[in-house]
Design a protein around this ligand. Structure first.
Ligand code: AMP
Ligand code: MN
Ligand code: MN
Length: 326
């Protein structure tokens, strides 16, 4: 039998599939951010309004700063045993299904919907709703909500606004298009709590997080004439400051913000693996650099996971960046 080539689905096709199914599992990626969770929660809330059964799967749990999201208390690593055979698994904000982690039970491709905005999405679903030009996966979900005709209440609006604000870095990144700002305005009119989002996600920091930031800044190194800045955090630094992995979510942007820096990397050597966050000012494609090492993401923001020692990871990432023009 010839495998049919995956192609992109329209909002209409996806809405028809959503109406056909009775049960859903919204799947978010490991070490979740506001986009993967907000997109799944918004669509889950909408589907519940249509009388559907909805569960939320997340391997690593909801980070402290996203626990204010509606339905966040229902997000779990466990799935109920009695889900019907035609349950649709909706993967949000991941270019590849392995980003959901290893705890998710095997799912037939027939029962997978892939909603995303990453470059180079593997189109791993029965239906793939991938809009690379959208600022967030949540803003892609908005097209589905409009197609479904579900009223966008304040709870749904808050979830979508979280996706827009987190993936645009609080309206600072280059994906802050006029369309993104218009969407944010519409969501605020529908009752999205912009104040709470700003406070919970962007302004409030734990004191231990600020202390850890100091340590990471002390460890900064500059290479390639000051255009490449990198630093690291390891288990010892976390133990010494009392901080944890959730406290370093946006630190890589501080590295990128240093005068003269075009590319920044933060190496997170935590609990036996090294996760690397890459950021670019726009001159160099860090998605292509991450892909060389098995990761992915966007032109200006990407990530990957390394094996081996920290110094091996430093060398591998620098080589990948050099190969992309550093
Ligand atoms: P982060 O640095 O974790 O904020 O991730 C930046 C971007 O890269 C996000 O769009 C992530 O979804 C993506 N990303 C991070 N790690 C990986 C990975 N191991 N594989 C593929 N994409 C990743
Ligand atoms: Mn994400
Ligand atoms: Mn995203």
């Amino acid at each position: 039998m010839i495998e049919s080539k995956p192609r992109l689905a329209s909002a209409k096709e996806v809405a028809a599939e959503l109406r056909r199914r009775s049960a859903f599992v919204m799947v978010s990626h490991v070490k979740p951010d506001g986009d993967t969770l907000g997109a799944g929660l918004a669509l889950g809330l909408a589907l519940k309004r249509l009388g559907k059964r909805v569960c939320y799967f997340q391997q690593d749990g909801v980070p402290r700063n996203l626990r204010f999201l509606p339905d966040a208390d229902l997000v779990s690593r466990e799935l109920p045993p009695d889900l019907p055979a035609d349950t649709l698994y909706v993967f949000c904000d991941m270019s590849d299904r392995s980003r959901a982690g290893e705890y998710l039970p095997a799912v037939d491709r027939e029962n997978v919907l892939d909603i995303d905005h990453h470059l180079g999405n593997a189109l791993f679903g029965k239906l793939n709703f991938v809009l690379e030009s959208e600022c967030s996966t949540g803003s892609a979900v908005m097209f589905l909500l409009r197609e479904l005709g579900v009223p966008i209440d304040d709870r749904i609006a808050t979830c979508i606004l979280v996706t827009v604000m987190t993936d645009t870095g609080g309206f600072m990144h280059s994906n802050t298009t006029p369309e993104a700002l218009e969407l944010a305005a519409e969501l605020m009119r529908r009752g999205a709590d912009k104040e709470e989002i700003t406070e919970e996600i962007f302004l409030r920091k734990r004191v231990v997080a600020t202390k850890l930031l100091g340590r990471i800044i002390d460890a900064m190194r500059f290479e390639h004439g000051g255009r490449y800045c990198y630093s690291y955090v390891d288990d010892a630094m976390l133990a010494q400051t009392g901080a944890d992995g959730e406290d370093i979510e946006d630190v890589v942007n501080t590295l990128l913000g240093q005068d003269g820096v075009d590319v920044a990397a933060l190496f997170k050597a935590i609990e036996g693996e090294i996760r690397v966050s890459l950021r670019s000012s726009g001159k160099l494609n860090v998605q292509a650099a991450a892909r060389r090492l098995g990761g992915g993401g966007h032109f200006r923001a990407s990530g990957l996971t390394c094996r081996g020692s920290l110094s091996e990871a430093f060398s591998a990432v620098e080589a990948a960046l050099v190969a992309e023009g550093l």
